[in-house]
Design a protein around this ligand. Structure first.
Ligand SMILES: *[C@@H]1O[C@H](CO)[C@@H](O)[C@H](O)[C@H]1NC(C)=O
Ligand SMILES: *[C@@H]1O[C@H](CO)[C@@H](O)[C@H](O)[C@H]1NC(C)=O
Ligand SMILES: *[C@@H]1O[C@H](CO)[C@@H](O)[C@H](O)[C@H]1NC(C)=O
Ligand SMILES: *[C@@H]1O[C@H](CO)[C@@H](O)[C@H](O)[C@H]1NC(C)=O
Ligand SMILES: *[C@@H]1O[C@H](CO)[C@@H](O)[C@H](O)[C@H]1NC(C)=O
Ligand SMILES: *[C@@H]1O[C@H](CO)[C@@H](O)[C@H](O)[C@H]1NC(C)=O
Length: 467
């Protein structure tokens, strides 16, 4: 990853940048939830009893979209955007978002939030493609459009309704009066904040723990202070600032609960991914849990969602403090112990390594808790055209199908070094009865999810991910 700091940026910023980059590397290194083969041929029921088909009211219907959430019209966002002093001569770009769906979603949201904080226009963000033949290679430099993952018309419409002052430009070519004499300035947004300042206010949500708290007003002032060094007398045309990737930096609680809860809904996954996730769920319902109400936010006593994060890359690169939680033995034991809590009919596993899924399935059949509970993945539940469509998606797009399916699970389990798991658990937490979730017994515990790891570890995940 190229770290381009503009001339004049002092050492302190460079150090901050380096820290940010390391956090980013930890994130992507530990956030590669899938290792998918091109074809899935093994039989999940080897050694287990195949459940008999149940008559069900849930036929597979490819026209239904269970994730067709309405366009966002948020009063909390409107209020912030209304108070923002918009600056017509400032444009941000956001073209460095890379990694898995968790980090890309978070990075794009950070760009939008910083654009609002500065009052800048924002060129529609783009996404850095992962190398399809070597998935550990994430910073290929190949860029693709936002629609690779997200529903762009939905985003544009939501911005118009919730933050009409924010000017979204379709492309750099649409920047008005762009003066090509001047280069864009690169900025790691968090680096302008003076982290040595005392905390500026009290966190409003319990979510902020242990991170360098800063508020958007302070950020704006620091940003314009930083920008002054690039001042050119009689300059013509807007200043363009290229935002570097930044996530796990902005404490979402600093905007208040209403804003924090709504903001993430500016982004919705693309339609084909939503459709496939819907069909996976219809498949689950048809085969295993005929009585669920598909339109409910989540399904009690239906399926247990497990994020098995034991792929080779995680095993090789684990941190000392994660060695316990990154092992297959620990994860399978914890997940199988958790299974009975939601009395599920089936366990749905998200994992990239199907050998690991097979090992997990075998463990499930040997465990008294789960001996009669089948274990499935999305590849078992989709058929025909839908399966072909899933196979045609890239590795990161396939992960998005699991992300949506997990939102509806009766109960969810993951490990704390995965941003994918945190994204899901924090989104599910908005539906949970239990308000406190960081006080143990696990790293995150509520009535809908458990994230395993050292309690109060990785505070930046809990603090800086918009649900
Ligand atoms: C707007 O942004 C420009 C840089 O493009 C800056 O020079 C100017 O001070 C900003 N104006 C306000 C009111 O913040
Ligand atoms: C992707 O990875 C393959 C195999 O390592 C390599 O040959 C190729 O050059 C890479 N492509 C890009 C765009 O980085
Ligand atoms: C950063 O904060 C420290 C401690 O409050 C203060 O002494 C220093 O002047 C601040 N620097 C800037 C650039 O704001
Ligand atoms: C299914 O759930 C939705 C959303 O919670 C609710 O509006 C609807 O009444 C439920 N349908 C039945 C048959 O319970
Ligand atoms: C499973 O149940 C059997 C019979 O009740 C018992 O003998 C065995 O010890 C149990 N195994 C475990 C791992 O609990
Ligand atoms: C792999 O999947 C593709 C797409 O579904 C299919 O066309 C192909 O025949 C499969 N190959 C094998 C070896 O099963």
């Amino acid at each position: 990853m190229a770290l381009e700091l503009p001339a004049g940026v002092n050492k302190r910023y460079a150090t901050l940048a380096a820290i940010t980059i390391s956090i980013f590397w930890l994130w992507i290194v530990f956030d590669r939830p899938y290792e998918l083969p091109d074809n899935i041929s093994w039989n999940i029921y080897s050694g287990a009893t195949k459940p008999t088909a149940t008559t069900s009211t849930h036929a597979i219907d490819s026209t239904v979209d269970l994730f067709d959430v309405p366009v966002l019209e948020s009063e909390a966002l409107k209020e912030v955007c209304y108070e923002t002093h918009w600056n017509k001569s400032l444009v941000f770009t956001c073209d460095e978002s890379a990694g898995g769906i968790g980090s890309i979603r978070s990075s794009v949201l950070h760009c939008i939030r910083y654009a609002v904080a500065a009052g800048a226009s924002l060129v529609l963000p783009s996404i850095v493609l992962r190398n399809a033949s070597d998935i550990s290679h994430i910073s290929t430099g190949l860029k693709t459009d936002l629609e690779y993952m997200f529903d762009v018309p939905y985003f544009m419409h939501s911005v118009r309704l919730s933050c009409p002052g924010l000017n979204i430009l379709e492309s750099k070519a649409k920047i008005k009066d762009l003066n090509t004499e001047y280069d864009a300035i690169s900025l790691l947004p968090d680096s302008v904040v003076n982290f040595t300042n005392p905390i500026h206010g009290q966190p409003k949500l319990e979510k902020v723990i242990g991170t360098s708290f800063h508020d958007p007003i302070t950020w704006r002032a620091e940003f314009y202070g930083w920008l002054r060094q690039f001042y050119i007398k009689d300059r013509k045309g807007p200043v363009v600032v290229d935002l570097e990737i930044s996530h796990l930096q902005y404490p979402v609680a600093s905007d208040g609960e209403g804003f924090a809860l709504d903001f993430g809904s500016l982004l919705r996954f693309r339609a084909d991914v939503r459709g496939l996730a819907t069909q996976v769920i219809q498949g689950l319902a048809e085969q295993y849990t005929p009585n669920i109400n598909l339109t409910a936010d989540y399904y009690p006593n239906a399926f247990f969602g497990v994020h098995l994060r034991t792929e080779k890359d995680a095993a090789e690169l684990r941190l000392a403090q994660d060695s316990t939680f990154s092992s297959f033995e620990t994860q399978s034991r914890l997940y199988l112990d958790q299974t009975p809590q939601s009395q599920p009919s089936v366990i749905y596993v998200s994992s990239g390594d199907l050998d690991e899924v097979a090992k997990f399935t075998l463990e499930a059949t040997k465990n008294n808790n789960t001996v009669n509970i089948p274990v499935v993945t999305k590849f078992d539940l989709l058929k025909g055209v839908a399966l072909a469509e899933l196979n045609a998606l890239t590795w990161d797009q396939q992960a998005m199908v699991d992300f949506l399916v997990m939102l509806k699970a009766s109960d969810f389990a993951g490990v704390g070094h995965s941003g994918f798991a945190w994204n899901i658990a924090l989104k599910r937490h908005t539906l949970a009865q239990q308000k406190k979730y960081l006080d143990g017994p696990q790293m995150l515990s509520d009535d809908l999810s458990q994230i395993y790891g050292n309690v109060r570890g990785y505070p930046e995940f809990a603090a800086c991910i918009w649900p």
